[in-house]
Ligand binder design. Structure first.
Ligand SMILES: Cc1ncc(C[n+]2csc(CCOP(=O)(O)OP(=O)(O)O)c2C)c(N)n1
Ligand code: SF4
Ligand SMILES: [Mg+2]
Length: 286
């Protein structure tokens, strides 16, 4: 059995002291340990941003891709080898800004991936510009007079966009967050786990203390995640910020439906070649 600590690499973690992303790394490793995911079957894929450094800190396969492009790479990995557990990690700018087009189509494609977005409502790595989840009026480096745009609502977008699992956690609630991530990974299909993960350096508004009185756990509200209308109502709430599993339904995944993905994983398929032809082909990549 692999312990949570063993899912961490020896690479020095470079996030600022107090960054919410530490809580996400801890929660993810705890969730992997609870599920018994084998490290040689785990791939963590990210884009670019402070949050996207996460795969370096995991002892598993990992790819640090381009800004906004983690989902296409992760989808390719899953299609090539459907036996792998694929976790995608990144930030609000990465996933809901430059990567928003990929996000929308990943929702409706329903490949079995878990997408963890460390949402700090700011561009952290590039030192504090407004992101798609920054509130209207938020003064940042790029919006000194206050953000003129309204914030994108990732949960509502995910539910109406076709996600089969939509959850949210908070780095300040690590045990609860690990359980939401565990359920997201266990879910068969596309899972969004949006995480309130404060940037302690560049976002002085949406701090741990700002979130604490605002978050409300879905378990304490008697929320039924199978009820789509109730999920949309929760996602659109303005009085509180829901955390927990907002929505979960059972639908066939892309892998279940796509004829070319039936049978053994594509990486193990010999596509009709003889042993000799196969070895020659593989040798070209040696
Ligand atoms: C194509 C491209 N455009 C812009 C950038 C610059 N850039 C790097 S990270 C980033 C935003 C990071 O914000 P977010 O995704 O929210 O991650 P965080 O650092 O907040 O965790 C930007 C704009 C880039 N690397 N590549
Ligand atoms: S700049 Fe913000 S998001 Fe980046 S490591 Fe520091 S606290 Fe975390
Ligand atoms: Mg961010």
């Amino acid at each position: 059995m692999t312990t949570a600590a063993e899912y961490k690499s020896r690479v020095r973690q470079t996030w600022c002291s107090g960054c919410g992303d530490y809580g996400v790394l801890n929660a993810l490793t705890n969730a992997c340990a609870a599920l018994g995911v084998e490290r040689h079957n785990l791939v963590v894929v990210s884009g670019i941003g402070c949050s996207s450094d996460l795969p370096h800190f995991m002892s598993a396969y990992g790819i640090h891709t381009l800004h906004g492009r983690a989902l296409p790479v992760a989808q390719g990995i899953k299609m090539a080898n459907k036996d792998l557990t694929v976790v995608v990690t990144g930030g609000d700018g990465d996933g809901y800004g430059i990567g928003a087009g990929h996000f929308l189509h990943a929702l409706r494609r329903n490949l079995d991936l878990t997408y963890i977005v460390m949402d700090n409502r700011i561009y952290g790595l590039t030192t504090g510009q407004a992101s798609p989840t920054s509130d209207r009026g938020h003064k940042t480096k790029s919006t000194p007079a206050g953000n003129p745009e309204c914030a994108l609502n990732p949960l509502a977008l995910a539910v109406v966009g076709g996600a089969t699992f939509v959850g949210r956690g908070f780095s300040g609630e690590p045990v609860h967050l690990a359980e939401v991530i565990r359920r997201g990974i266990a879910h068969k299909g596309f899972s969004l786990v949006d995480v309130f993960s404060p940037c302690v350096t560049w976002n002085k508004i949406n701090t741990y203390d700002w979130y604490r009185p605002r978050v409300v756990k879905m378990e304490s509200e008697g929320h039924n995640p199978a009820d789509r209308d109730a999920a949309i109502r929760q996602a659109l709430r303005e009085d509180k910020l829901p955390i927990g599993v907002i929505y979960e339904i059972d639908e066939p995944t892309f892998t279940d439906e796509e004829p070319s993905l039936q049978g053994e994983p594509l990486v193990k398929s010999r596509i009709g070649l003889t042993d000799e032809e196969w070895n020659k082909l593989i040798g070209e990549f040696g």
